[in-house]
Design a protein around this ligand. Structure first.
Ligand SMILES: Nc1ncnc2c1ncn2[C@@H]1O[C@H](COP(=O)(O)OP(=O)(O)OP(=O)(O)O)[C@@H](O)[C@H]1O
Ligand SMILES: [Mg+2]
Length: 258
């Protein structure tokens, strides 16, 4: 097996500003108050993912999951440490990311595919499949700004899964989808997993992580709190409650979003 993602001693710092205007800042400075503060969204994060592994990245709101995904995707750089990836990366780092609200669904498919590294010819070849999967053919020539959040998510996810990549990133893609779409997405992600691609999947839904992932990484205030077995990771996060939900319940199976 070869290494797919190597994150080594990564830190990412953000500046929190307490004031919006110059006047407010000047007044605060005069009174000797802080005008901004730095805080570490990620702190000394290290782990290695092998090609073909499927990782469930979990953690409470604000723990740094999306920031870590952005670093892995390369849209952001760490302040310390390094992130190395092997091969082509595709996926959704946020629902609706990369969409232009004034352009139509059709136009956005081409733009989004290009952002994911697809050529125009490649996109043209897969266009019908993308539209079919997203099930929004009726609204293809409507501006994406008029789409419901679920419809935009469908389109984004549909483009992402049609990119031939070695690493597939997904940040809470299933959160706004309806039940039939969630089911379809899970099936498609299973196929991606079986094809030997690396999956790096952020979710608050323990059911979907249990179903999809070989390993869980739990972030806590920007640090790796747990890295290992999925069931243990879910227990670590106390996401395994409530108990006694029937196995065949679809919400449990797909992971209802908390
Ligand atoms: N561009 C930015 N500028 C300033 N602060 C940021 C920026 N991006 C993220 N943060 C901060 O970093 C912290 C981690 O955010 P992040 O989005 O990674 O959390 P998350 O784990 O994805 O949370 P959620 O479960 O809510 O999606 C938060 O406190 C957030 O406010
Ligand atoms: Mg997030």
């Amino acid at each position: 097996m070869s290494e797919s993602i190597v994150v080594d001693g990564v830190a990412k710092q953000f500046t929190l500003r307490y004031h919006r205007t110059l006047k407010q800042m000047a007044v605060a400075k005069m009174r000797g108050r802080d005008v901004s503060n730095r805080f570490l969204a990620l702190d000394d994060v290290s782990f290695t993912v092998q090609q073909g592994e499927s990782i469930g990245l979990m953690g409470l709101n604000g723990s740094g999951k999306s920031t870590l995904l952005r670093l892995v995707s390369g849209v952001m750089r760490p302040d310390r440490g390094s992130v190395r990836t092997r091969g082509r990366i595709a996926g959704l780092i946020a629902t609706g990311a990369g969409f232009h609200p004034q352009l139509t669904g059709r136009e956005n498919i081409y733009i989004n595919a290009a952002i994911n590294g697809m050529t125009e010819a490649e996109t043209r070849g897969k266009f019908d499949e993308i539209v079919e999967f997203s099930d929004i053919s009726q609204f293809l020539d409507t501006p994406v700004g008029h789409y419901s959040s679920g419809m935009a998510a469908r389109l984004g996810f549909s483009v992402a899964i049609h990119v031939d990549s070695d690493i597939f990133l997904a940040d809470e893609v299933l959160a706004v989808g309806d039940k039939p779409f969630k089911k379809k997405c899970m099936e498609r992600m299973q196929e991606i997993r079986e094809s030997g691609r690396t999956i790096f999947y952020v979710s608050h839904a323990p059911g979907s992580v249990r179903k999809m992932c070989d390993r869980a990484i739990v972030l806590e205030h920007g640090r790796v709190g747990f890295d290992g077995d999925v069931a243990e990771g879910i227990r670590y996060l106390k996401y395994d409650e409530p108990k006694g939900t029937p196995e065949d319940d679809i919400d449990d199976e797909l992971g209802s979003d908390v």
